[in-house]
Design a protein around this ligand. Structure first.
Ligand SMILES: Cc1cc2nc3c(=O)[nH]c(=O)nc-3n(C[C@H](O)[C@H](O)[C@H](O)COP(=O)(O)OP(=O)(O)OC[C@H]3O[C@@H](n4cnc5c(N)ncnc54)[C@H](O)[C@@H]3O)c2cc1C
Length: 388
């Protein structure tokens, strides 16, 4: 087995690293100081994403994307994870389930989104439907020529910047008929209820939306009635892999900053890395990143090499759990090593520590990943995790 990266992989990894450092990192303090980026900055970055050919990594070239496989996408995500303020999210990646769109829907939504001319957001979560999306109350009712949509959605990431929403709703209020609809944000009845503030200073916002008798045509249903949860699960696999990769990248930057600081900071007449208490923290950080990275690369490689869909879902849950908890521990130690400076918002370790907290919550909390892993062990045996 050859674990070395090919020339193509190394080029992609280097390009993503340069993009993160040269294009995105200069915007970090604007995002931090203003709790987001200005439309001018977002538009400028959008142009750069296209120029550097990092748009729509996850969609085919025919649909206007880059056609990268899972391993290649992961290589990019890992580097983007070094950036604070979630500015990685400007490197837009149209939602995975749009692969199932009709040719007309691809022409109207997917292709312009891959080309950076439109932007999607995905709305599943509601007040009473979080970890359990079957409790979704947003409904779709058949009317002459289309559908009437009613409900409320929370935490819609990029909802401020996107021009259309992929809306998860239950046809006739029936959870067995969970479905996804394309909803243009400018339609009558689509309203922003409020835009709460969060722990992180994200380059976009996460508004709450109300849908009141929103009428969409029959052609706005994505795929088939009743496939909504399947699409959501596919989206989760892709989103969880992205989280895992970014956690490895963020943890690596935090370690680099802490390692450099520990080499220069002198107290009691010696650099602080000479204190075993500090050196052991650096050692633990490096080992945890190494373990997470090994898992990440191996699972991504497995998915591209014929991994079975259910097994991929099972293993990606373990990966997301481990990487998101790992980055929390690593960033916490980085803050500690930097002492008071680690608690200053102008310092990337403070921002990484705050930004990565959400990785244990979104796209399935740590507890939900453990529920998936426990269920898989019960149904299929330990081999899913230990026998490969
Ligand atoms: C910044 C941010 C951005 C987001 N972006 C989006 C988005 O773009 N689109 C979208 O649809 N959603 C989005 N979400 C929502 C996110 O996916 C949910 O917050 C998440 O799934 C958890 O749901 P919840 O917040 O309702 O928590 P709950 O489901 O109410 O959970 C509360 C607690 O109970 C625990 N719990 C629940 N069930 C179990 C169980 N079976 N066993 C053990 N413990 C359990 C949870 O782990 C958690 O600790 C976003 C959230 C945040 C914070």
């Amino acid at each position: 087995m050859d674990f070395s990266l090919s020339v193509k992989h190394l080029e992609l990894q280097a390009r993503a690293r340069q993009f993160a450092e040269q294009v995105l990192q200069p915007y970090e303090m604007e995002c931090e100081d203003n709790d987001g980026l200005s439309p001018e900055s977002l538009t400028a970055i959008n142009g750069k994403v296209m120029e550097w050919e990092l748009n729509a990594l996850n969609h085919t070239k025919e649909d206007g994307g880059q056609g990268y496989n899972i391993f290649e996408q992961m290589l990019v995500d890992e580097q983007l994870g070094r950036v604070t303020g979630a500015i990685w999210d400007t490197v837009f990646r149209p939602s995975y389930p749009m692969k199932f769109a009709s040719p007309a829907q691809k022409a109207e939504y997917l292709i312009p989104t891959c080309q950076g001319k439109r932007r999607d957001c995905y709305a599943i979560t509601e007040a009473d439907a979080g970890s359990d999306p079957t409790q979704c109350r947003t409904s779709a009712t058949k009317v002459a020529g289309g559908w009437s949509l009613n409900g409320e959605k929370w935490f819609v990431t990029v909802g401020d910047w996107a021009d259309y929403i992929l809306l998860h709703a239950h046809v006739d209020g029936d959870p067995a008929k969970a479905s996804v609809f394309f909803v243009d944000k400018n339609l009558s009845g689509v309203k922003v209820k409020r835009t709460p503030r969060y722990t992180h200073h994200f380059c976009y916002k996460h508004p709450e939306f109300i849908f009141e008798d929103v009428i969409v045509g029959e052609d706005k249903l994505l795929g088939e009635v009743g496939r909504g949860l399947d699409y959501t699960k596919d989206w989760f696999v892709e989103a969880r892999l992205g989280i895992a990769a970014r956690c490895v990248g963020g943890a690596t930057r935090a370690l680099e900053v802490a390692n450099e600081f520990a080499s220069k900071r002198v107290q009691f007449g010696t650099t602080i890395r000479d204190f075993q208490g500090i050196e052991f923290m650096l050692a633990d950080m490096a080992v945890e990143i190494m373990a997470a990275k090994s898992m990440l690369y191996r699972i991504c490689w497995g998915i591209d090499n014929g991994g079975e869909r259910k097994l991929n879902h099972a293993r990606v849950a373990a990966l997301k759990l481990y990487c998101s908890e790992m980055v929390g521990r690593v960033c916490d130690r980085a803050v500690q090593i930097l002492g008071g400076r680690g608690y200053m918002r102008e310092n990337p370790v403070e921002r990484l520590w705050r930004d990565t907290r959400v990785d244990r919550i979104w796209e399935g909390t740590s507890e939900i990943q453990r529920v998936i892993i426990g269920g898989q062990i019960k149904r299929r045996g330990l081999e899913v995790y230990t026998g490969w």
